[in-house]
Design a protein around this ligand. Structure first.
Ligand SMILES: Nc1nc2c(c(=O)[nH]1)N[C@H]1C(S)=C(S)[C@@H](COP(=O)(O)OP(=O)(O)OC[C@H]3O[C@@H](n4cnc5c(=O)[nH]c(N)nc54)[C@H](O)[C@@H]3O)O[C@H]1N2
Ligand SMILES: Nc1nc2c(c(=O)[nH]1)N[C@H]1C(S)=C(S)[C@@H](COP(=O)(O)OP(=O)(O)OC[C@H]3O[C@@H](n4cnc5c(=O)[nH]c(N)nc54)[C@H](O)[C@@H]3O)O[C@H]1N2
Ligand code: SF4
Ligand SMILES: [Mo]
Length: 684
């Protein structure tokens, strides 16, 4: 076979969902991966870690055969078996669990290792067909998503390509340069082409903040205060668009009255920014009608994150920035696509009476916490695809105890022997996106894309879809989706959603689902029944905890505040070269990241007697761990950062950073507050 270039789509859990051109050297081998040139969003750009994907897909540590455990749990001794034997074992274990405690004792568990809808969400078809426990997908976007929608009424914002027509681009709680490279590329292009100003609002000097023209390094969990003071200035200094407010928003007078006391001085005390910084930002924002707010997932990782996200999203409704090309906000465009996923997920078989376990509370679930188990039976059997909870979940101490249970049967379907796979009873080898077909909808842009396999599966690796189908057959689960190929499912899903067929979308290189300008900018009304942006969201409708939340944007002090015993606030942000726990296996990414580090403010370092390269112990009531110190500017005193998500064995005592992170739910919905942790720090 002569080398060719084959189109594909990056499946990783990243808003960019890049259109790719993959060099195929032969039926089993790829070369370089490039961002598709000429694609309206990807525009020939790809992140470095996926550019060198050959390192991951052809990694010598890829799993190639089904394995069953021979040693004690976690010991890492396995022996290869046939697919039939491995699948029989899993089916037998699930049947036994269901016979003993009922089907809800089985908990299929997944997240977004691939964002392809068939390979990611097909596990739900098996779940619903058999009445297994449901899973609330809270670990990532959940809290912020519902908060954004509480304001706008819909899970969509402006087209990211409009950055080209914007004069001010604000990356707020969003480290785009590391986590969604094109967003940064488009912003930098706007700076070059028209002098657009870039502002980053982030508690530490990320790659994005380093590239920005200005960095507002606020204290973590204080965005609500910042947003309120900005709106105070917007109202006080004539930047509020009163006609727009009257036409498009719910309670503008009440908001203005409420903000009277939320002055820059008030917010300065909470955020640690200066009054001048806050006022200058407010004036810059108010004076720029085509200001683009790129709101990030950082909001989703604080206990007050829903209030903060909503408060930030209020800004363009005060100035009427939404009316202008390049103006408004984008958090995610995932709500654009309107796909009917009944066939993929077996939604026609979903029984709402079945308990829904919070995935972020997996530690509590597996250690028998009655509340986390919704008062139901224990979980005694799991199938895990697309996620690595023994590294990425909060309350990692509990998670590790749970996976050590001898009465818990775990099957992990994976590409690599992850920390989670290491503790499984059966490990199944999975294909990568280059070895299977799927359909992708992007949060960070507006294209629906499909991709076919580029190369043959490695060894005996099978796709998630195939494993779900094979287990369904053994377990007697019935649903039309189990009898179809992935491509057939994609085709029928598109048809059921009123879209062109799979082959047509493939031939077109994706389908642009961007709505017309008026709809994208909510000029035909916001997506609530009253057609207005809600400054006063109905938090209680989203969850009981909503009762205690502020009625209007505010500083909501419900964070894990620093105290005398825990004087530091920890942010456990993503690392540039990794993608969650993925790419922690590829040599170049690991070499570039080095090792886990504690990023510490220079004055804090001096006060603690810690210098670069020293070892520090950090901890709280959940545990403690040792890290190498790296002194830094660009973050306030009392703020520490550990970029991750490193495997457990990258840490001296064999447990990763999430040991320190809580799993109490973010009000009003749920979610894990990964960037909201109070800790102590001392020399180790
Ligand atoms: N400290 C800290 N912890 C965090 C976060 C943080 O910022 N800080 N972020 C949180 C967030 S936002 C998220 S989304 C989670 C994500 O955490 P994870 O869900 O663990 O994330 P990934 O690394 O994307 O994917 C997990 C696994 O999916 C596997 N995989 C990929 N494709 C396939 C496939 O087709 N089939 C199968 N069977 N497996 C596949 C990969 O090999 C990888 O091991 O982590 C959370 N944890
Ligand atoms: N390289 C790389 N890319 C990734 C990932 C990765 O791990 N590595 N993970 C992927 C996934 S699953 C996701 S969900 C996205 C997440 O991508 P982003 O939207 O960038 O979200 P986070 O990285 O969680 O947080 C963004 C920033 O919020 C900051 N932050 C923390 N607390 C606060 C706060 O209270 N206020 C403000 N204003 N900022 C705060 C953090 O310091 C961080 O720099 O990235 C995806 N892309
Ligand atoms: S990880 Fe994100 S930026 Fe990198 S190729 Fe994939 S979608 Fe694009
Ligand atoms: Mo995420």
């Amino acid at each position: 076979m002569t080398p060719t270039t084959v189109p594909s789509v990056c499946p990783h859990d990243c808003p960019s969902t890049c259109a790719l051109d993959v060099e195929r050297l032969d039926a089993r081998t790829i070369g370089r991966v490039r961002g598709r040139a000429g694609h309206p969003y990807t525009d020939g750009v790809v992140c470095a870690k996926v550019g060198r994907y050959a390192e991951r897909v052809h990694h010598p540590d890829r799993l190639t055969q089904p394995l069953v455990r021979t040693g004690a749990k976690g010991e890492g001794r396995f022996e290869p078996v046939s697919w039939d034997e491995a699948l029989d074992r899993v089916a037998d274990a699930f049947k036994r669990a269901a016979e003993r405690h009922g089907p809800q004792a089985v908990w299929p568990y997944y997240y977004a290792g691939t964002m392809g809808l068939v390979q990611r969400d097909g596990i739900n078809r098996l779940r619903h067909a058999l009445g297994y426990s449901r899973m609330k997908p809270t670990i990532c976007v959940y809290a912020a998503k519902h908060a954004y929608v509480a304001g706008t009424g819909a899970y969509r914002g402006i087209d990211p390509r409009e950055m080209a027509e914007s004069d001010l681009i604000v990356f707020w709680g969003c480290n785009a340069a590391s986590t969604q490279v094109q967003a940064m590329t488009h912003a930098v292009k706007a700076r070059k082409a028209r002098g657009a100003r870039i502002i980053a609002i982030d508690p530490y000097r990320t790659a994005t903040a380093g590239t920005a023209d200005e960095h507002l390094a606020l204290r973590p969990g204080t965005d609500g205060a910042l947003a309120c003071a900005v709106m105070h200035v917007l109202f006080a200094e004539g930047f509020a668009d009163r006609d727009y407010l009257a036409k498009y928003t719910d309670v503008p007078e009440a908001l203005e009255a409420h903000l009277a006391t939320r002055t820059p001085a008030w917010a300065a005390a909470i955020t640690g920014l200066s009054e001048d910084q806050i006022t200058a930002f407010a004036r810059a924002y108010g004076a720029t009608k085509n200001a683009f707010l790129r709101l990030g997932y950082g909001f989703s990782r604080s206990r007050n994150g829903a209030v903060n996200m909503h408060a930030a999203a209020c800004l363009p409704a005060v100035t009427g920035a939404w009316q202008h090309k390049g103006g408004g906000a984008l958090f995610s465009n995932s709500g654009l696509y309107g796909l009917d996923t009944t066939l993929i997920e077996g939604l026609d078989r979903l029984d709402p009476a079945v308990r829904e376990l919070d995935m972020s509370q997996i530690g509590r679930v597996l250690t028998g916490d009655a509340a986390a188990l919704c008062g139901g039976p224990p979980v005694t059997a799991m199938l895990i695809q697309n996620t690595n909870p023994r590294v990425v979940a909060p309350e990692l101490g509990l998670v590790h105890r749970g996976f050590a249970r001898d009465d818990l049967f775990v099957c992990v379907h994976e590409q690599f022997m992850t920390d989670t796979a290491q503790w499984a009873d059966v490990v199944l080898p999975a294909t990568t996106f280059l070895e299977h077909d799927d359909i992708y909808q992007a949060g960070g842009h507006t294209f629906l894309q499909v991709a076919r396999a580029v190369i043959e599966p490695l060894g005996e690796a099978r796709s998630n879809h195939a494993v779900i189908r094979d287990l369904a057959a053994r377990l007697g689960a019935e649903h039309p989706g189990f009898g179809l190929s992935a491509w057939e499912i994609i085709d029928r899903t598109l048809a059921a959603s009123g879209r062109p067929g799979a082959d047509a979308v493939l031939a077109a290189g994706g389908l642009d689902c961007a709505p017309p300008f008026e709809d994208a900018h909510y000029l035909n009304g916001f997506a609530h029944p009253d057609g207005r942006f809600h400054f006063a969201p109905d938090w209680a409708a989203l969850g009981a905890a909503g009762d205690a939340m502020p009625a209007l944007p505010d500083h909501y002090a419900a964070i894990e505040s620093a105290d005398a015993d825990h004087p530091f606030r920890l942010i456990a942000a993503p690392a540039h070269q990794f993608l969650n726990s993925s790419f922690t296996e590829t040599p170049t990414s690991v070499a570039k990241e080095g090792k886990p580090k504690l990023l510490l403010n220079q004055q804090d370092g001096a006060a603690l007697g810690l210098r670069d390269g020293d070892r520090a112990r950090i901890g709280n009531g959940r545990g403690s761990l040792v890290l190498d110190v790296m002194l830094r500017g660009g973050q306030q005193q009392g703020v520490v950062v550990v970029e991750s998500i490193w495997p457990n064995d990258a840490f001296a005592e064999g447990v990763g950073i999430n040991l320190l992170i809580g799993a109490d739910p973010i009000p009003p919905t749920a979610g894990a507050a990964f960037h909201d942790t109070a800790v102590w720090v001392r020399a180790a």
